[in-house]
Structure formats: structure tokens, C-alpha cells
Design a protein around this ligand. Structure first.
Ligand code: HSE
Length: 438
């Protein structure tokens, strides 16, 4: 059988990796897919730029629309990132009857509902394994491997850059900005690294995971997003002292109250496997009613790990070319007419978590008692307290760190306001949510 011809939009870090993996493993891939997969066309921004891969046998163009409109190609791989041009190109490829493979998490999180509807109408596949957690086949695991379960919740370290920064801060005491620069140099960070450190990239990925886990529409606007820029080394040390580790975690749950989607720094017990996922590695825990908790671990970014997912999507698409569109695995795991369009998404104030609080207080008699009274009046139960003496001898301030049991965020907001109004408290409280993941 003739090989399937594909075009790639973007031959950067991931595109170069895809070409290399397809070339290196060509015979293995053909044995699995039933046909060879041949990259015949690619678009690049700059024709004279040095590439990670050989471009022998590939027609290069600076016009991505030429690739999308090329009638010889059956599959278009979108690896240019961004959402405006990428959306236009993907919709055009679909309109042209081509299958699409993309690693673009922002595109799927923001425009996936529209893209899948168009793909459905045209009977084509849009595959997006590489959009979440790099090389970990988490989309396939949830969509197919766990399809017998009612998924209760999932939690993931799904941004390699922030995990790398937090790991270096904890293990080597390095400064935030210094580690971020290194993550950029290593090619982990997004083109705009605020997407990483402010949690937007993780929220895109979590939006996708939430939709396929619970059968709800993609709803990026419902995601609560908080980055890691306010994490202090002092918090990292207190967390250790309490037996926890701070991770930038994406968490989604579906309960009778509604669907929660949130990304924020989180204290996790050190004993959990996911608390020990370090550096650029990603991991996702999925808790299903039949299987219990499952953990998926692997490289969350980088050229060939991401290419691994893109190529596995290509193999899936090639295998499905002869399958009646009605009988393919649905894009969002649930049949399109079975997605709960009217699901309630919870605001962060409605969500319950444990809390870590850190504050600076004047070293006066009775401060701790006043704080404990405020928490108790708000119905908040204290789990642990630590008070450090002033760093400088005879200084009149000390730091208090408190862990609480679970409480609704809005109750905690009121208590924090009252604590901050105490005359002995200096400045604002630091709050980090706590999840025990059981
Ligand atoms: N900037 C992303 C990360 C790349 O650090 O995880 C992979 O999506």
C-alpha cells in the first residue's frame, strides 16, 4: 500500500522531532499503522533557518495555507502554536477534508468545541494527544483505557517549566528568575513564559482533561488559574516541615455540586508519588470509581517526547482511515450528543480545600490565641501550627505558619480578612491550598 502523505505546519522543536522519529522508526511505524507515513510538505517561518531534522525529500514553503490546500496530503500536523492563525489553518484543513493532528493546547482549550463540531460534520479526525503532558499518553488513557469508569477527580503536574522551577528552588535553593531563564534556554518554556509561570498553559491542558474525563464541554473560562510567582522559599521550607511539598497542580473534580477546574500551587503530602515528580517531568493521577487511583508519568515537554505523542496520533489516524466516522473514538471521549452542555462549573469561592497560611506578626502575647479564635469562629479547624522566632536577635516580629482542615474558600476569605485586620499582623497573609489526593 502507498504511504500516507502528510504535511507539517512548523518545523521547530516539536516539528523537527516528529520528522526525526518518523524517519528513524519508519519501519516499526509502518508495521503498526499498516502503511508508511511520509512527510512530503512542510511550512516554516524562515526557509534559511537551521533545523533539528533533515529536510531531504520535504517540499518547504513559507506559506502554511499552501500545505493546507495541497490535495495530495491526507493529514495536516499543526505545530505552529498560537490561536488565531492556527485556528484558521485547522478549520481550512478540516473544510478541505483533511485529518488534523495538533499539539496546540491553547487552540483546543479555546476553540476545540467549534473545531470538533466542524470535524464531525466533515467526517475527519482532529487528534491532540501531544497537547497535554507532552509524551504521556494521557488522552488515550482517559478516553479509551479508563472508559469503563466514572471519573471522580484528576490531578496533574502538567507544566514542566513550573515543576522545574519549583524543584530547583527546593533542592538547590535557587532564585526563581534564574531558574526560569534556564528553562527558557532548555526549550521547556512557552514563547511567552508568563503562560507557564502564571498557570495559563496548565489551565489550557486541564480544560482539555476535564472535558474528556467528565463529558462536559471545553470551558477554559471556568478554570481558576493561579501561577507560582508568589511562592517564597520560606513557604517551600514550611511545607517540608509539615510533611508536604509544594507543586503547581491542576485539579478537576466532578461531584453533585458541579465541576471544578483549578490550577494553583498546592501542598501535597510528601508520601504521595506525585509529590516526588521533579524537574521537567509531568504526572497525572486519575481517580476512577472502578479502578481507584492511577498515575501516569513521563516527560512533559521537549522535542522527541512531544513528537512521540504526535506520531502516535498519526498512527491512530492512519489506522482509522477506513473506519466509518460514526464508529471512531469520539474527539472528547463522549459521543457529541451525550456531552452535558448545561453542566455547572463551580467558582473558586464554592470549592473546598485545606489551607496553608503564613503571616508575619508582632511578637506580642496573645496573637496566636486571637488568630485561633478567628479561625474557630469561622468553623475552620487547625491541623498544625509552626511559629519561627525572629531571624534577627531581639527583633520584634515572627512568622506563623498554619495548616487547616478542609473549608470552603469563601469562609477562608472572610477569616483571612479578619486576621489581616488584627493590629499585630504585618502585611498580607500568604495562602496556599492543600490537597491530600485521596
Ligand atoms: N511550556 C510547556 C511546559 C511545554 O513547560 O510544560 C509543554 O506543553
Amino acid at each position: 500500500m502507498k504511504p500516507v502523505k502528510i504535511g507539517i505546519l512548523g518545523l521547530g522543536t516539536v516539528g523537527g522531532g516528529v520528522v526525526n522519529v518518523l524517519q528513524r522508526n519508519a519501519s516499526e511505524i509502518a508495521r503498526r499503522a499498516g502503511r508508511g507515513i511520509q512527510v512530503t510538505h512542510a511550512s516554516v517561518r524562515n526557509l534559511s533557518k537551521k533545523r533539528l531534522c533533515s529536510t531531504a525529500g520535504i517540499v518547504l514553503s513559507e506559506r502554511p495555507m499552501d500545505v493546507v490546500n495541497n490535495s495530495d496530503l491526507e493529514i495536516v500536523v499543526e505545530l505552529i502554536g498560537g490561536t488565531t492563525r492556527a485556528r484558521e489553518l485547522v478549520l481550512k484543513a478540516i473544510a478541505n477534508g483533511k485529518h488534523v493532528v495538533t499539539a496546540n493546547k491553547a487552540l483546543i482549550a479555546l476553540h476545540g468545541n467549534e473545531i470538533f463540531e466542524e470535524a464531525q460534520k466533515q467526517g475527519v479526525i482532529v487528534a491532540f494527544e501531544a497537547a497535554v503532558a507532552g509524551g504521556i499518553p494521557i488522552i488515550k488513557a482517559i478516553r479509551e483505557g479508563l472508559s469503563g469508569n466514572r471519573i471522580n477527580w484528576l490531578a496533574g503536574i502538567i507544566n514542566g517549566t513550573t515543576n522545574f522551577i519549583l524543584t530547583e528552588m527546593r533542592e538547590k535553593g535557587r532564585e526563581f528568575n534564574d531558574v526560569l531563564k534556564e528553562a527558557q534556554a532548555l526549550g521547556y518554556a512557552e514563547a511567552d513564559p508568563t503562560f507557564d509561570v502564571e498557570g495559563i498553559d496548565a489551565a489550557h491542558k486541564l480544560t482539555i482533561l476535564t472535558a474528556i474525563a467528565f463529558g462536559v464541554p471545553l470551558n477554559f473560562d471556568a478554570a481558576y488559574t493561579e501561577g507560582i510567582t508568589k511562592i517564597d522559599r520560606e513557604d517551600v521550607q514550611y511545607a517540608e516541615q509539615f510533611g508536604y511539598r509544594i507543586k503547581h497542580l491542576g485539579f478537576a473534580r466532578c461531584s453533585s455540586k458541579g465541576v471544578e477546574i483549578r490550577v494553583h500551587p498546592t501542598l501535597i503530602p510528601q508520601s504521595r508519588l506525585i509529590a516526588n515528580v521533579n524537574g521537567v517531568m509531568n504526572a497525572v493521577v486519575v481517580n476512577g470509581d472502578a479502578v481507584g487511583s492511577t498515575l501516569f508519568y513521563g516527560a512533559g515537554a521537549g522535542s522527541e517526547p512531544t513528537a512521540s505523542s504526535v506520531v502516535s496520533d498519526l498512527v491512530d489516524v492512519v489506522r482509522s482511515l477506513t473506519v466509518d466516522p460514526e464508529n471512531r473514538v469520539p474527539h472528547l471521549a463522549f459521543q457529541p450528543d451525550a456531552i452535558h452542555q448545561k453542566s455547572k462549573f463551580l467558582a473558586i469561592e464554592e470549592i473546598e480545600t485545606g489551607f496553608y497560611l503564613r503571616m508575619k506578626a508582632n511578637d506580642q502575647t496573645g496573637v496566636l490565641a486571637k488568630i485561633a479564635t478567628i479561625l474557630s469562629e469561622a468553623g475552620i479547624s487547625i491541623d498544625a501550627v509552626s511559629q519561627k522566632p525572629p531571624m534577627v536577635e531581639n527583633a520584634k516580629q515572627n512568622t506563623i505558619a498554619i495548616l487547616t482542615h478542609r473549608v470552603q474558600e469563601q469562609q477562608m476569605n472572610l477569616a483571612i480578612k479578619r486576621i489581616e485586620n488584627l493590629p499585630e499582623i504585618i502585611g498580607k497573609l500568604t495562602r496556599i491550598r492543600v490537597e491530600n489526593l485521596i
